[in-house]
Structures are given as C-alpha cells and as structure tokens.
Design a protein around this ligand. Structure first.
Ligand code: ADP
Ligand code: ADP
Length: 228
C-alpha cells in the first residue's frame, strides 16, 4: 500500500546546487510523515517532487506505482508556508476555488465548503475577507481549501512556521485531529525544522542532513508518546 515512493533520488539545480543525494523513501497510506532537518537539507525539494512540481536529476518517483501523479489518480493537495489566499475574495470563495476548478456544481460546492470550514473553526467566517482574519485563521482557511477536495495526500511545507508558538501548538493539535478523523485514509507529509512538532504530530519522523541533502534516520513514533 505504498502511496509515494522515491528511489535513489538525486537533485542538482541548474546553478549546480546539489539539493538531494540518494534519497530513498517509501510512504504508506495513512502515514503522517514529518520531514525534519536544518534549513537547506532538501525538505522542500523532496516535498515538491512528491507534488510533481520538480523532477529528479537521477532516480525516480512513483505514485501508487505509476510514474506521474495524474496516472495514479491520487488527489494531492499542498499547503505552503504562507497562507496563499486571494485578497479580493471572501473565505468561502477562496476555499471553493478547487471545487470551481473541478467543475463541481455550485450548490454541492457551497455545502462542501461549509463542511470544510467547520472543523477548522471558521464556520462563522465564510463571508469574511482574508485581511479581516489573523494569521492563524488565514492558515486554517488555506488548510480548509486543501481539504475541501478530500485529498488522499496532503503535502505541507512548514505551514505554521510564521505563527506564534501558542497558535502553532493549537493548529498542530487540530491538524492531528483532522488526520486521525480520516482514519488511515489521509497520507500527510509535513515539513518542519521543529523536533518537538515532528514528534508530537507524526506517526513517523524522517530526519535529513544537508550538503547534499540526504536521509539520516527514519523513526516510527509510538502512539503513547502522542496521546499522553
Ligand atoms: P533550474 O535551473 O534547476 O530550473 P530554477 O529555474 O528553479 O532552477 O532556478 C533558477 C535559478 O534561480 C537557480 O539556478 C538559482 O540560481 C536561483 N534560485 C532559485 N531559488 C533558489 C534557492 N532557493 N536557493 C538558491 N538559488 C535559487
Ligand atoms: P529545505 O526545505 O530543507 O530548507 P530546500 O529543498 O529548499 O531545503 O533546498 C535545498 C538546497 O537546494 C539548498 O541549498 C537551496 O539553496 C537549494 N535550492 C532550492 N531551490 C533551488 C533552486 N530553485 N535553484 C537552486 N538552488 C535551489
């Protein structure tokens, strides 16, 4: 039940920077994987490859055994470090965007947006505009927009890095609950450089080191650690 697979992946950017070397990582359905490591160790590069946004220089990636995300039929959603909301549209319209792009009928889309805003605590804010919300609420809206399509894979690139510690801890707890509610159906890959966050959130911590980026440890996190 391998959802994402990277085999002997190497990445050298156009300017000669070696970002990844001999990376081999198999991610199973329902895993919550944290990619943990110092700045520049290739975490974002690896995440972008799983999203299909970067190609390896050597080696290969597989999505459910196929060679492109499209062929796999996997629904993949990505959340970036900054909330990337359209400032001229209200929260409901922002969250509805992926459904509009997929041609989901308006009434069904509106119902799904409502169901997506509720669990991230924005049920009452559909009509608000991004500038009226705090940074944490804007991140929640970005997460709702990623989840509204009911993705199989959620890729998150340091989504809470810009937030204060209190807000970040709260969002970590909420994200874990959202993942648990999907009951082994949602696969998450979460980039962070916080050891605390990775251990608290994940079912598995993959540690990377830099120059060139490579995997140095791959550790399963037992339930009791997280549910104390
Ligand atoms: P490629 O040439 O592999 O397609 P890009 O088009 O993404 O790479 O980037 C073009 C150039 O921009 C790179 O060769 C590099 O000099 C610079 N660049 C972009 N992002 C970064 C980064 N995060 N760190 C260092 N240099 C970067
Ligand atoms: P991390 O997410 O762990 O901070 P990145 O994947 O962003 O690491 O970057 C890995 C290495 O590749 C770094 O040395 C970075 O400067 C370099 N890099 C990232 N993107 C580009 C790019 N587009 N062009 C050139 N170098 C890049």
């Amino acid at each position: 039940n391998t959802v994402l697979f990277a085999n002997r992946v190497e990445k050298t950017y156009g300017n000669g920077t070696r970002a990844l070397d001999e990376v081999r990582l198999r991610i199973q359905r329902g895993d919550f994987v944290s990619l943990l490591g110092p700045s520049g160790c290739g975490k974002s590069t690896l995440l972008k490859m799983y999203a299909g946004l970067e190609a390896p220089s050597h080696g290969h990636l597989r999505w459910l055994g196929t060679d492109t995300p499209a062929k796999s039929g996997l629904k993949i959603a990505m959340v970036f470090q900054e909330a990337t909301l359209m400032p001229w549209a209200n929260i409901a319209t922002n969250v509805r965007l992926p459904l509009d792009l997929a041609g989901v009928p308006r009434a069904e889309a509106d119902a799904r947006v409502e169901r997506a805003l509720e669990p991230v605590g924005l049920g009452a804010f559909g009509k608000a505009y991004p500038r009226e919300l705090s940074g944490g609420m804007q991140m929640r809206a970005s997460i709702a927009r990623a989840l509204v399509t009911e993705p199989d894979v959620l890729l998150m690139d340091e989504p809470f890095g810009a937030l204060d510690e209190f807000t970040r801890n709260k969002l970590d707890a909420d994200l874990r609950a959202l993942w648990a509610a999907r009951n082994q159906q949602l696969t998450v890959v979460f980039v962070t450089h916080s050891i605390y966050e990775s251990v608290y959130l994940s079912s598995r911590v993959v540690m990377m080191a830099a120059r060139p980026g490579r995997i140095v440890a791959d550790v399963a996190i037992p339930e009791p650690v997280r549910d104390e």
